[in-house]
Design a protein around this ligand. Sequence first.
Ligand code: F3S
Length: 388
Amino acid sequence: MYLTAEEQRILNGERGWAYEVSMKILVRLGDLFNATRLIPVKSAHISGVSYKTIGDAPIDFLEALAKADGKVKVSSTVNPSGFDPDYLAKRFPKEYQGKQKRIIDLYKQMGVDAVLTCTPYYLQQPKPNWHLAWAESSAVVYANSVLKSWTNREGGPSALAAALIGKTPNCGVHQAENRQPSIVVRVEANPRNEAEFGALGIYSGKMLKDKIPVFEGLTKYVYDDLKQLGAGLASSGMTSIFHYQKPIARTRIETISIERNDMKNAVESLSTTQQAPDLIFIGCPHCSLKEIETVAQALEGKRVKNETELWVCTSRHVKNMAKGYVDIIEKAGGHVLCDTCAVVTWIKNLGFNALMTNSAKTAYYAPTLNNVDAILAPLKTCINAACA
Ligand code: F3S
């Protein structure tokens, strides 16, 4: 990979260890994926923040970077952490609280904006054709497919390296030719709700692996549905972009069909129990303002049962905009939580055994990552299950 004289100096350690090691990560990745050079990015979004998901091992690396005076060069944000400081933190041991705070403080020391959300695009929406270095897979798919920005699926370390250098290798979907669809997914019946959109993502992601799909037959959807579709796709497959608008002129490519029955089976297969849930979780990926409004409307005049908890997870930015809706949800006994989600916290340690969610991504991960049963259902069913 070609490096400018300045980049070569950074690689040689002239700017200090933090930048040297970051440049090494980017060069290694670039060589691996046949990049020809580094290109500037407008922003970085870094995963690997929750103490539950990363544990102790990466803390030393973050300490070393911060100690070596590493500072981000571009606008940089981070994914959710293991708990919020208000509602959940006090339910966990002091040790967890200290470790989680240390991780967040180290990112802050490097100049990262500690937004602790997986939907950074609600805070600052990237423009079409902007190059980014984002690590959260659901956000990557949303950015590429819906916002038409350009980002590979970074890992936590490579997103942080890109944040410190302000650049990323020009490989993968940073190249126009690598963004073209390679398979048609013919959807025979439009998904009926957000849970089915997510299940469609999980179902097709398993078949597609890293092929780029163009979905045909999606006749009715809102952006939040596409968010669920992308989050599902990225969970069960390696896709970082999908197409869904009018089919583009193309030579003949492989086509697969997805029938209503496939979608129904996909939803059913994402439910592992028929027992009553003790946690209802909405907000994977973190809720948009519209989704919070929909939750509030569904809760109007209802009350969350004593034996159930209702969590609605979002970013602080969206929560601040949604004050009126947040009041309705909290008056009904629900909790609007920021900085975290049910997957990246220890729900089993909190005593939950079965979670109901409208997110196929959460239903896909919860049985293995959280060791709880999962039930996938649309929002209205979730709210009814939460209430007396
Ligand atoms: Fe976000 Fe947690 Fe889902 S980080 S994408 S809400 S698993």
